[in-house]
Design a protein around this ligand. Structure first.
Ligand code: SF4
Ligand code: SF4
Ligand code: SF4
Length: 164
């Protein structure tokens, strides 16, 4: 995975290490600027009503969809005084979309429609197939990147991937 060097002031203090980027909270600045601005104050962790913001590498905040979904409430952004999270008008929170991987039970021939039932945006549909179980079809245009389908998947087959 790509690594980003800590900012120059960290270098001058002698803290030479790299930070592995994770899924930053919504409306985060680009990774290099984010790491430069974020003071690791934990205000976003405490502000998130869904408790999905947790410590990532170097104690920088990351989103863990295994804990729930992002409601895009923006509470983390408002809590971020250094403005490492910054919500510009009409700006998308992130470029993440759900992607169904090969561990999907339906793809193994087992009837399962959990993700389709959980998705409040009808972004995952199941098309009936002759001679096999229905397979999930994800519409990236409809998916808003909330991550609600990640945790309920019994096979942990859904990942949130950046399409930006
Ligand atoms: S937008 Fe709201 S739900 Fe999403 S990570 Fe921020 S505080 Fe949590
Ligand atoms: S509130 Fe802002 S500065 Fe504080 S840990 Fe979260 S992103 Fe970093
Ligand atoms: S991320 Fe949200 S909108 Fe996208 S498929 Fe999953 S539940 Fe539906």
């Amino acid at each position: 995975m790509e690594s980003v060097s800590l900012p120059r002031r960290g270098f001058l203090r002698g803290h030479i290490r790299t930070v592995t980027p994770g899924l930053r909270p919504p409306w985060a600045l680009a990774e290099t600027e984010f790491v430069e601005r974020c003071t690791r104050c934990d205000a976003c962790l405490q502000a998130c009503p869904s408790s999905i913001v947790v410590h990532g590498d170097g104690a920088y905040p990351v989103v863990d969809f295994g804990r729930g979904e992002c409601t895009f409430c923006g509470d983390c952004v408002e809590a971020c005084e250094p403005a490492a999270l910054r919500r510009a008008e009409h700006a998308a929170p992130w470029a993440l979309k759900a992607a169904v991987g090969g561990k999907c039970l339906a793809m193994q021939g087992v009837e399962c429609r959990v993700c389709g039932e959980i998705c409040g945006h009808s972004a995952i549909r199941f098309r009936p197939r002759i001679g096999g179980v229905a397979l999930p079809e994800l519409d990236p245009e409809t998916c808003n990147g909330c991550g609600a389908c990640v945790a309920p998947c019994p096979a942990q087959a859904i990942a949130m991937e950046s399409n930006g």
